[in-house]
Design a protein around this ligand. Structure first.
Ligand SMILES: NC(=O)C1=CN([C@@H]2O[C@H](COP(=O)(O)OP(=O)(O)OC[C@H]3O[C@@H](n4cnc5c(N)ncnc54)[C@H](OP(=O)(O)O)[C@@H]3O)[C@@H](O)[C@H]2O)C=CC1
Ligand SMILES: O=C(CO)COP(=O)(O)O
Ligand SMILES: [Zn+2]
Length: 353
């Protein structure tokens, strides 16, 4: 008897485009959300957009509350939860980069209330995903969480954000190539659960982005449009898979380990991009497609070396040799690289000098 079942949770409304910040109130209306909203934001996004969106809510008589979080920690999630309970709010609106959106996501999961995702940077594919990423002890990777009920991505705001945030988002998408290779490998060797639809969507998303790399240029609002669509579709792939597998393989393990060894040295997307060059090499060898990954990253101004990440060579080697331990996720790293092998891949790909 066939007894398989699956529950895919996705946002109901995804609004992307020029000036759509003014549509956040309409989105709330369309979703039939009632009661008091709590804006969850971080310092820069608050200045850039949160206060003005909150005034739209005030004008519509919705009496919003705002909480500003400084860092992606469980203390911040706790602050949001306490504020939500104290102020008797009915739903959350996460406004910012990955940090603010993930904290809103985790708090909404805990509170059992919905949230909206309003990204101010096209820097990561958690905009839409059903994953939340807040470091917990030694854990840096994402966990299952509430997906947003709606997403409002204003390309005018995203195009005005610092260019490196957009190149980080591109690199997070380009890394889908190696994430999917790791997923297929794990399926062959360890029989892990696999979705051909999610894998194909994730790869196609990376392919479309790379094919349009010429249009991804600083100051061009069309770039924000292209990158945001890719981030949305990568997040949908994660939701279809019910895991971050389509968008996170060994290159993400490497980045999560860098977050522990060199906190705040570089953006998430940039770290996974550099990791992807090396894991592509491990998958395909010298003549494999690692050069394509490197060239795609370099064509959109994303870092391709440790020096460009602002991370020293020894830290890269330490991350490469230890990152297989941080999560139960089988990848091309297998049961770990030794130092000699790690130096070889990092040197041959030009990641270290
Ligand atoms: N849940 C998921 O599925 C996924 C989660 N992630 C997580 O997302 C995080 C990475 O996201 P990222 O956005 O890089 O991190 P942050 O939210 O820390 O944002 C990076 C920087 O950009 C600033 N910023 C945000 N918007 C603007 C703007 N419009 N103008 C100027 N500066 C701005 C932030 O300022 P300020 O410091 O003031 O906030 C911060 O300094 C990681 O924690 C990663 O693990 C990544 C991928 C998927
Ligand atoms: O960053 C992500 C996908 O781009 C989420 O992946 P993790 O589950 O490794 O945190
Ligand atoms: Zn990522």
């Amino acid at each position: 008897m066939f007894e398989k079942s699956k529950w895919i949770r996705l946002p109901r409304n995804v609004v992307v485009g020029h000036g759509v910040r003014s549509a956040v109130v309409d989105t709330v209306d369309d979703l039939h959300l009632q009661g008091r909203p709590l804006f969850v934001t971080s310092p820069t996004p608050r200045n850039v957009v949160t206060d003005s969106v909150a005034s739209d809510f005030e004008a519509a008589g919705m009496d919003p509350v705002t909480v500003t979080v400084e860092s992606a920690t469980f203390d911040s999630v706790e602050t949001v939860i306490e504020t939500a309970e104290r102020e008797d709010v009915s739903y959350l609106v996460g406004v910012g980069g990955g940090k603010a959106i993930d904290i809103a996501k985790m708090a909404s999961e805990h509170l059992g209330i919905g949230f909206l995702s309003v990204p101010t940077a096209a820097s990561h594919d958690g905009i839409v995903s059903n994953r939340g990423s807040v470091p917990d002890g030694n854990t840096r990777h994402s966990v299952a969480a509430e997906p947003p009920l709606g997403v409002v991505a204003d390309t005018e705001i995203l195009a005005d954000a610092p260019w490196e945030l957009t190149t980080a988002g591109c690199a997070d998408i380009i890394s889908n190539y190696t994430a999917v290779m790791d997923w297929r490998l794990a399926r062959r060797l360890k029989d892990v659960e696999y979705s051909e639809y999610a894998a194909a969507l994730s790869e196609m998303t990376a392919e479309i982005l790379v094919d349009n790399a010429d249009l991804v240029r600083p100051g061009l609002e069309e770039s924000a449009w292209i990158v945001t669509k890719a981030l949305v579709s990568s997040g949908v792939a994660m939701s279809i898979a019910g895991s971050s597998r389509p968008a996170s393989g060994a290159e993400h393990l490497f980045s999560h380990q860098l977050d522990r060894l060199a906190p705040d040295a570089a953006l998430h997307g940039h770290q996974v991009g550099v990791g992807s060059i090396m894991t592509a090499y491990l998958h395909g060898g010298e003549r494999g497609f690692w050069r394509d990954i490197r060239d795609a990253l370099s064509s959109i101004d994303a870092p391709t070396t440790a020096a460009e990440l602002g991370i020293d060579d020894d830290t890269v080697i330490e991350a490469l040799t230890s990152c297989h331990e941080i999560r139960d996720r089988y990848t091309i790293l297998g049961d770990g690289m030794n130092e000699h092998a790690a130096r070889e891949v990092a040197t041959k790909t030009g990641v270290i000098g």
